[in-house]
Design a protein around this ligand. Structure first.
Ligand code: MV4
Length: 447
């Protein structure tokens, strides 16, 4: 097992990884930017090194500084968390050439899955349902028009180098398809340096359901059930839960088995998330495979009782998974609320500043993953996620009641947060009945 790991991240996920390492008897090396210097969560690492100025591109994303810190810190592995370098295949390759284990998939698997068109091809080969659309990349306008006429409008143009909703364009007729093709290609070229695009039937009012998977280097692949992440706004998830409400048992089983087949076909190792959309008739379609630990992983940890960060580290060290598929239960209901330093009254603009007063939530079935405290200064330089509140209860009814109770006893003063919006969502009958789609927030509270 590793003696020492470098955590190439900040905030709540860095803290989450320090905690797992401490329990495993592994020492940790933290990195921080000048904006995070002196932050209390860094005290929970064994050592901490500054890697540069506040801007992420000058610090957390600087591969040479991260690698040289790993060398100086004498670590055997780097855990990237989520965001920053987590899905950078080139970084994973550099780790390999420096003989440092990257806690994540191989760079080859990351490269393959970063290409969304290649992932879609692989899904089809692995008999995983995909949205009807182009058979590979779009080559010209005539071909795109022919496919659209065959499957019917509306259609969605997606960038092969995109993902997470970036570089998508809807087209509802011939004319808009022609301009969408031009725009999508130009945008993809500008944003990703790769103009490859493909086409799918546009699925209206979908639900977003994703399957957690875990694979070791000995050929064992398991799923850890699904998470429903439908409650989102502009591709920013607000609430995640497991099990997915209103999902038929057969669909759940089919999705989980499809996710395992895809992971096997991709020769994928470590933790991953297979993302699907579910249409209004309950059909599921593969969208993409995210090659990282996700923000919402605690939801899965609560229902299965499995520590995913520890499992990631075991797998990276070459150990076999310490559990088999039949040892992975789905017990009760877990819900996570993301707490962001944003002002929902002003179009969710970031709300950095000092937390003047803080009362954490607690009690039965409550987990609070956060690095914040009274006196903590939220920096304007990074993502506005400051805390995750997770509850675990026997039923969804109990979980919603517990979440409302926990959210309302918590106090974060000095900045604006998404807590009032979360409380409003938890009170809507559509959410309580599990009858929502990805357009819910924007439809219910326009602007
Ligand atoms: C789609 C779709 C409808 N039809 N693909 C957005 C994020 C990216 N991972 C995939 N996304 C979508 N792909 C087809 N063919 C609708 C979305 C989508 C969405 C998906 C999941 C969660 C939220 C979403 C919000 C808007 C659009």
């Amino acid at each position: 097992m590793f003696k020492r790991i470098l955590v190439a991240n900040r905030g709540e996920i860095a803290l989450r990884i320090f905690r797992a390492c401490r329990e495993m008897g592994i020492e940790t090396v933290a990195i921080f930017s000048e904006a995070d210097r002196g932050a209390a969560y860094l005290d929970l690492a064994d050592e901490a090194y500054c890697v540069g100025p506040p801007r992420a591109t000058d610090s957390y994303l600087k591969m040479d500084r991260v690698i040289s810190t790993a060398e100086i810190g004498n670590v055997q592995a780097i855990h990237p968390g989520y965001g920053f370098l987590a899905e950078n295949a080139h970084f994973a390759e550099i780790c390999r050439s420096c003989k440092i284990e990257f806690v994540g998939p191989s760079h080859e698997a990351m490269q393959l899955l970063g290409d969304k068109n290649a992932a879609r091809d692989l899904a089809r080969k692995a008999d995983v349902p995909t949205v009807p659309g182009s058979d590979g990349l779009l080559e010209n306008e005539a071909q795109a028009l022919a496919i659209a006429h065959e499957i019917g409008f509306p259609v969605l143009i997606k960038a092969s180098a995109g993902g997470g909703g970036r570089g998508m364009r809807v087209a509802r007729n011939d004319l808009s398809l022609k301009s969408a093709l031009q725009q999508a290609k130009a945008e993809a070229q500008a944003a990703f340096g790769n103009g490859d695009i493909y086409l799918e039937k546009y699925v209206g009012h979908p639900r977003h359901v994703e399957v957690q998977i875990m694979a070791d280097t000995h050929g064992n692949v398991v799923h850890l059930w699904e998470r429903d992440c439908t409650m989102q706004r502009r591709h920013q998830k607000l609430i995640e839960e497991s099990p997915s409400p209103q999902l038929a048992d057969e669909t759940r089983q089919a999705m989980c088995e499809a996710a395992v087949r895809l992971v096997q076909a991709a020769d994928y190792t470590n933790a991953g998330t297979v993302e699907f959309i579910v249409d209004e008739e309950g059909h599921h379609y593969f969208i993409e495979l995210n090659a990282r630990i996700q923000v919402e992983h605690p939801v899965t940890e609560m229902i299965t009782g499995i520590d995913l960060i520890k499992a990631q580290i075991l797998v990276a060290a070459g150990e076999p998974l310490p559990f088999a598929q039949e040892d992975i239960p789905s017990r009760g209901v877990a819900i996570e609320c993301r707490i962001n330093a944003e002002d929902p009254e002003h179009n969710f603009r970031p709300s950095p500043g000092k937390i003047t007063h803080f009362v954490p939530p607690g009690g039965f079935g409550v987990r609070f993953d956060s690095h914040i405290h009274a006196g903590y200064e939220i920096s304007p330089y990074y993502d506005s996620l400051i805390a995750k509140l997770i509850v675990h209860q026997p039923t969804r009814h109990d979980a919603i009641a517990c979440m409302r109770r926990a959210l309302s006893e918590m106090r974060i003063d000095g900045i604006k947060t998404t807590v009032p919006l979360l409380l409003k969502i938890l009170e809507t009958s559509d959410f309580v009945e599990g009858r929502v789609d990805t357009t819910f927030v924007e439809r219910t509270w326009p602007s």
